[in-house]
Design a protein around this ligand. Structure first.
Ligand code: G3P
Ligand code: MG
Length: 410
């Protein structure tokens, strides 16, 4: 019988289902790594009783450093290799704004961390609030730049620069100064500091990497996130203009982020399968060579018994001829890969593990029925309360979530 794509995938020991993980409150809490996270990911890397490898990605509203730096941190914390292809941060999809805006003000994070990320994305002129404070310290009367900040700031004359967009990449570390500058630009003529627009609608676009009102840290209670800053900025804008602030939001639970995540997951699943089948292919090649050698030596009285337990599923499965195996010159089976990879079906189920109902559960429940939302109790959600967005499953922690899903699949 022709094996279904799913059987082929499972047969290659890579699951047809997948996982996506939120980070803060699921994998980490501030500087702490949630203890169960390491084992949970080891299970998905194949260390499970079904000997199956399950592809997974990370989707965080966090940010403030490059995806590369985030991967390095996750790899160290979890004792595994996490690559940039597996990680989406709040501001990652903002790369799409690079061709749209020339002069951007990037807000949040520490010193040049967010400037460096934005420049890494390709933005041409990237400014941060401390540049403006260096230009005219009286912009923020109660705050004096530290020596470190003076060092990190660039010299520019903001009476001659038109800021095209304000991108809030990460949580602000100085709400007073940042809001003072953001509001001045929103109310300005074409994003030029020191000007005032009569209509208050000539300012730059305002983009947020996410809208989390609160998030889970290593403190006992949740802390204000970028969503709370948005509420504050909107209130100040309303007070000035009587109008509702228009903003563009990225991150979970936005649909745009979901579409972006689906592309990242699809690519990562192909990577995982390709790598795995290649490994199988290499072992297939080795097995072929071993079999040939045994064949030759079995003609002589000293050769090992030609029947070996090497005759494994790769060479003996009855269905192989269903996927016309076309061998390249090294004899590595490649068509099995291409016939599966070319039209790899979407994941049968994507288990999304999160701690914040308003962002994570809403995100997983809203855009595609194949996503299965699992809420854990190690972050924002507090046991005994009714989550505003109902998850399909509630688990103690990420390890229990992974165990639950694997058992559900098998
Ligand atoms: O600043 C990030 C925080 O608001 C939540 O991050 O990983 O839980 O989406 P995460
Ligand atoms: Mg979280």
């Amino acid at each position: 019988s022709v094996r279904t794509k799913r059987e082929v995938i499972d047969h290659e020991r890579v699951a047809s289902y997948a996982f996506a993980f939120d980070i803060d409150g699921v994998i980490v809490r501030g500087p702490e790594t949630i203890p169960e996270a390491r084992q949970a990911l080891r299970l998905l890397n194949g260390d499970n009783k079904y000997n199956i490898k399950v592809p997974y990605i990370f989707i965080t509203n966090g940010g403030g450093r490059s995806e590369r730096a985030r991967c390095k941190d996750l790899s160290k914390r979890l004792g595994i290799t996490v690559t940039e292809d597996q990680v989406i941060q709040g501001h990652t999809p903002m790369k799409d704004l690079v061709p749209v805006y020339k002069n951007v003000l990037v807000v949040g994070g520490v010193l040049n961390s967010c400037r460096d990320v934005a420049k890494g994305y390709g933005f041409e002129n990237v400014y941060i609030p401390i540049d403006i404070m260096k230009w005219k310290p009286s912009v923020t009367p109660y705050y004096t730049l530290s020596d470190e900040e003076k060092e990190a700031a660039v010299d520019a004359d903001f009476s001659k620069i038109s800021i095209d967009a304000i991108l809030v990449f990460a949580d602000s570390r100085n709400w007073a100064a940042d809001q003072q500058i953001i509001l001045e630009l929103l109310l300005s003529k074409n994003g030029v500091m020191g000007t005032v627009s009569e209509t208050a609608d000539e300012g730059p676009g305002l983009y947020f990497a996410h809208s989390d009102f609160v998030w889970a840290t290593d403190y006992g209670l949740s802390r204000y996130g970028m969503g709370a800053l948005q509420v504050s900025i909107a209130a100040l804008y309303q007070e000035h203009t009587g109008k509702e602030l228009q903003v563009t939001r990225f991150g979970k639970p936005q649909r745009g982020t979901f579409r972006f995540a689906e592309k990242v997951l699809s690519k990562w699943r192909k990577n995982t399968l390709e790598e795995h089948v290649e490994q199988l292919g290499i072992s297939f090649q080795k097995q072929q060579k071993t079999l040939q050698q045994q064949q030759q030596s079995s003609d002589s009285p000293f050769g090992p018994d030609s029947e070996t337990d090497q005759e494994t599923d790769l060479t003996s499965t009855e269905d192989d001829d269903d996927l016309e195996d076309d061998e390249d010159d090294e004899g590595i089976v490649i068509n099995k890969t291409s016939s599966v990879l070319l039209d790899l079906p979407p994941a049968s189920t994507v288990y999304f593990v999160g701690d914040t109902p308003e962002s994570d559960i809403r995100f997983a429940n809203s855009h595609d029925s194949s996503w299965y939302s699992i809420l854990v109790k190690t972050g924002v959600y507090q046991e005994g309360t009714t989550p505003k967005y109902k998850p399909k499953q509630i688990c103690e922690n990420v390890l229990e979530a992974v165990r639950f899903a694997i058992e559900r699949e098998h």
